[in-house]
Design a protein around this ligand. Sequence first.
Ligand code: F6R
Length: 364
Amino acid sequence: MKNGFPHFMLKEIHEQPEALKNTILPRLVKGLPDFGDDGIPDTVLKQCRQVHIVACGTAMHAGMVARALMEPLLRIPVMVSIASEFRYEEPLIDDKTLVIIISQSGETIDTLAALRLAKAFGASTLSVVNVKGSTIARESDYVFYTHAGPEIAVASTKAYSVQLAALYMVCCRMALVRGNYSHEEAEDFIKKLLDAIPAMEAMIEKRDEVKALVTHLINKPDAFFIGRGLDYAFSLEGALKLKEISYIHAEACAAGELKHGTIALITDQVPVIAIATQEKVFSKTISNIREVKARGGFVILLTKERTKVEPGIADAQVSIPEIGDKFTVFPIAVVLQLIAYYASVGKDLDVDQPRNLAKSVTVE
Ligand code: F6R
């Protein structure tokens, strides 16, 4: 069942390039995303005045990435809510709102309740779901099935990257039908999305390099993940993955927020994983890394391979291939998953079945 891998999680990390292909390729017509076979009408993508994304945990983190991608591109409000909060709020949504529900299992109780609330408010609902025929899929107006195959390890890996691929495709189709993108721009977006597949493969190949980093983490009680913009959205998932399977207390902090409190916790005992793949905010993130270094923090830097970094900024570094800034989440996700995986293995923990966690959360 594990195909020679010691754990399901490692197997599922390796399955990601294939899962991405399965999710993206069947939905391309002449190089452009087309959801005709999914029954998702363009009118829904075209007419909405706002998007509200609702999910839990890792799926919610995929939504955070999508928000950072969509809002600047589509020029409409895009919000993300934690389903367990959303379901008890009185959200400002209506029949001009597209609510995107994300769930690997399609059975998470808070996410299901959020879907029902969104429908009660008259919103159009589109779910991004991995499990065919699940309750969320059945009850949504429209479904975008991700084709990751069964995910067995409790810690989500391939489901996260296909959720992202799905959301990137939805974003591209929306930009096209709403006039934010020309055909050429949409084609270019999809080409760059496809570049993410070999970029993920390259990072899987580099797994020993990532494994070596983990020696700086496994004996530490805490770790921080910092980044700005999209890099911050990636950090949230990096921290969740590390804490859930290695039991190291991990926290993500928007890099510019450090000096508003969190920096008080940075000492020479604290590893900080700094993600700096976004050209637009790169120099700002580097300034924040300098603040961390000045407090003695041990900095593990994740950047693109051609990014020039002045000597002494990082104590350790891993580079991802050169791909478009919007798409760096795919190779970065592999690095973050491998960090968590090797930290858990290094501590001799139950990687696939961490304590207190269930694969599908069907109770409140
Ligand atoms: C973490 C993880 C969880 C799930 C969350 C939502 O690795 O897997 O945070 O993402 O429980 O589950 P689904 O996507 O099934 O609704």
